[in-house]
Design a protein around this ligand. Structure first.
Ligand SMILES: [Zn+2]
Length: 463
């Protein structure tokens, strides 16, 4: 942890970059599957760097360098050596799993979410020592001493970093009103879904008081007596008039009332008086365009209990980004685009797993054992897998049923790799042996059964 008074210089960030480099380079990555690498990327982040990220706003240039290290590690395992293709865009990799990503944490949003914890504390514990020190030095009076400190050229880098994100943060806070003297009428969410200065910009532009607390806008007595919005001129343009009446309507419909209790912040993402970094992170990631995986594939990949390395394989398969011959030749790393199993058609993902003559013969074998419904395309393949699971009641048999399609696809991929890289010949019976072994091994680990037999659509297990 650097101890510096002024601005953090580039050199002072080096330990953070170094930490990632040291852990995510070398021989280890080569031996790990994609799934193992994802886990290691998370593990490195959750050790020391989170501590950095929760105190300092890390400069964009530094975050970019760390991203390069993480990205390389995921796709190529080691830092050195020939560049391997990055199969899926990093922005997609960083999406939440339910949105089609791998759930790798985005460092910028994580940094913001961790810093937001301080902003939440600023709101909830204005009397805390650190808050008092900041207030004494940089101001932030008014609104019960809770207003954000004014950031200027003389503000310390640490303080700038902490409060630099408050404009975005206030969008996540709704105020439960007590006396109404600690909450800004125009700039905080308390009535409606948005701050009033954004909902009614024309009225805000001509309002006398643009900074004051809600309590200052009350007219009359009683818990919800009435409102008075002082305007700088009485002659209103049509847009101002309509926004003005819209604002008064919204205020009249406001469900709250004034009372003696203190104003309370509510964290919108959780609808709670408690803040959590995870909810803040997810909230910041909301609304990102989800990757188009279609038909709820993300939950089909991540929900079933299957080994992690196979989940990442399925994820690549669902994105149609497995490194097939067609993809290779598109990237000019391969001249031959033909499928190695049949030698008859270009090796696309859809061909290899569904349409290939060899794959079809293999799936027919699987059909006999599991009464799987035949399919021709990728989306059908996923649906058939879902259907197999539905046929079983809960319990170990359901878990095993969910393993059939993943294990089959995995066996096709392994066989194809052995043909290409080890020059082996294809035997359809062997592929089924491979898939069945994977089902058995996974079932042993996941549901603790000793043996599994699949025959004529029935799954029998030995405990
Ligand atoms: Zn083929």
């Amino acid at each position: 942890m650097p101890l510096v008074c002024g601005r953090m210089r580039r050199a002072e960030w080096e330990p953070l970059v170094e930490r990632f480099r040291r852990r995510l380079t070398g021989w280890k990555g080569q031996c790990l599957s994609y799934g193992g690498r994802v886990t290691l990327i998370h593990a490195v982040l959750s050790s020391l760097p989170l501590f950095f990220l929760s105190v300092f706003r890390v400069p964009v240039g530094i975050l970019d360098r760390i991203e390069v290290i993480r990205r390389r590690f995921l796709w190529q395992g080691a830092h050195e050596g020939p560049r391997k293709p990055h199969l899926v865009a990093w922005s997609t990799v960083c999406l939440r799993k339910e949105d089609g990503g791998l759930g790798i944490l985005d460092l910028r949003d994580m940094n913001e979410a961790l810093l937001s914890k301080w902003l939440w504390r600023w709101l909830c514990q204005p009397e805390h020592t650190w808050a008092t020190i900041v207030r004494d030095r940089y101001g932030g009076h008014g609104l019960g001493g809770r207003r954000w400190p004014a950031i200027g050229p003389r503000t310390s880098a640490l303080c700038k970093g902490l409060f630099g994100g408050c404009a975005g943060f206030v969008q996540g806070v709704r105020w439960g009103i007590g006396g109404g003297m600690n909450v800004s009428f125009w700039h905080e969410i308390w009535c409606g879904e948005q701050v009033l200065s954004v909902q009614f910009p024309a009225v805000y532009g001509i309002a006398f008081d643009q900074e004051g607390p809600i309590g200052g806008f009350r007219s009359g007595e009683g818990s919800n007596g009435g409102w008075s919005i002082g305007l700088r001129r009485s002659h209103l343009l049509p847009v101002e008039r309509s926004q003005h009446s819209g604002l008064l309507e919204l205020l009249a419909a406001w469900g709250g009332n004034f009372n003696a209790s203190p104003d309370r912040p509510i964290w919108i993402p959780k609808q709670s008086t408690r803040f959590s970094v995870k909810s803040c992170y997810d909230w910041r990631r909301r609304g990102l365009p989800a990757a188009t995986l279609g038909c709820g594939l993300a939950s089909r990949i991540w929900k079933p209990k299957i080994p992690r390395k196979i989940k990442v394989f399925l994820w690549l398969l669902a994105h149609e980004r497995l490194l097939t011959r067609v993809l290779r030749s598109k990237w000019r790393t391969d001249d031959n685009a033909l499928c190695d199993l049949c030698g008859e058609a270009p090796e696309t993902v859809a061909h290899l797993f569904c349409q290939c003559r060899v794959a079809r013969a293999f799936w027919r074998e699987v059909e006999q054992a599991t009464s799987l419904i035949p399919f021709l395309g990728l989306s059908e393949m996923w649906e058939v897998g879902e259907e197999l699971g539905k046929r079983m009641a809960t319990g170990p048999r359901k878990t095993i049923a969910h393993l059939i399609i993943p294990a089959g696809a995995w066996a096709i991929w392994l066989t194809r790799n052995e043909v290409i890289f080890k020059g082996k010949r294809v035997y359809v019976e062997n592929m089924w042996v491979l898939a069945a072994a994977m089902i058995r091994d996974s079932a042993r680990v996941l549901v603790g059964v000793r043996g599994v037999t699949l025959r004529g659509g029935d799954i029998s297990i030995t405990m």
